[in-house]
Design a protein around this ligand. Structure first.
Ligand SMILES: C[S@@+](CC[C@H](N)C(=O)[O-])C[C@H]1O[C@@H](n2cnc3c(N)ncnc32)[C@H](O)[C@@H]1O
Length: 217
């Protein structure tokens, strides 16, 4: 896999124009549907005092929203400098006692240097990365309790739509690609890392999965 099919292609694609557009949309309409699914899944449990690591944080919606649920701290990681800058503005000073951390880079290579967290989230991130297993196993290694992620459902209409979009990216000589990964392979990585599926919801465009670390693992 070349760098430009992965995180640096994503970093180039999610530029300042897209980041500012996403930030305006969030301020106008609130979180998108995949993020709402993820937030409501997490809010079924107690979040007070927990530490969040949001991988592929984008403009920082998860950290911004969960600040009111009493999280102790948030670390946001993204490959896109423009998204991370927008996240800084969005999350601002919502974490008073322990200010949020913003870390630029490819999570697959920086994960080992990051602090562990109680909750690790990846909202619409595995679909921007060729190797979902690498990202998820790195995320599992950093999570003490919960791992929540969203991805496109592995259905023919999504695979056809993504193939068409990749065709147009190719025509435009844009190295960015999107991926529909088989859920069984992603599940196998997380189960091998000591996690069990705790919750699963699916809409036409997005699938949400919440994994919980086995207590004996
Ligand atoms: C579709 S955006 C989703 C952003 C945000 N999670 C949301 O749902 O609004 C995917 C994000 O993942 C980031 N990303 C993709 N691969 C990454 C990697 N290997 N390491 C860090 N960030 C990555 C991209 O830069 C981009 O910000």
């Amino acid at each position: 896999m070349t760098c430009c099919a992965g995180h640096c292609a994503a970093a180039g694609f999610f530029d300042a124009r897209i980041a500012n557009r996403d930030l305006r949309r969030y301020h106008r309409r609130g979180p998108d549907s995949s993020t709402r699914m993820l937030l409501s899944g997490l809010r079924r449990g107690m979040l007070d005092g927990l530490h969040l690591l949001d991988v592929g944080s984008g403009i920082g919606v998860i950290a911004a929203e969960l600040a009111v649920d009493g999280l102790a701290s948030a670390t946001l990681v993204d490959a896109s400098p423009a998204y991370l800058e927008a996240a800084r503005r969005n999350v601002g000073s919502r974490y008073v006692s322990c200010p949020a951390q913003f870390i630029l880079g490819d999570f697959a290579s920086t994960a080992a240097s990051l602090p562990e967290a109680d909750i690790v989230t990846l909202d619409r991130v595995v679909c921007c990365y060729p190797n979902a297993e690498t990202l998820l196993s790195a995320a599992a290694a950093r999570s003490r309790r919960l791992l929540a992620f969203t991805h496109p459902p592995y259905r023919w209409h999504m695979r056809a739509g993504f193939a068409l979009m990749n065709f147009f990216f190719g025509l435009a000589r844009n190295p960015f690609r999107i991926f529909v990964h088989p859920p069984q392979q992603m599940a196998a990585v997380l189960e091998a890392a000591g996690f069990d599926l705790a919750s699963h919801r699916e809409s036409f465009f997005w699938s949400f999965r919440l994994y919980r670390r086995r207590s004996s693992a």
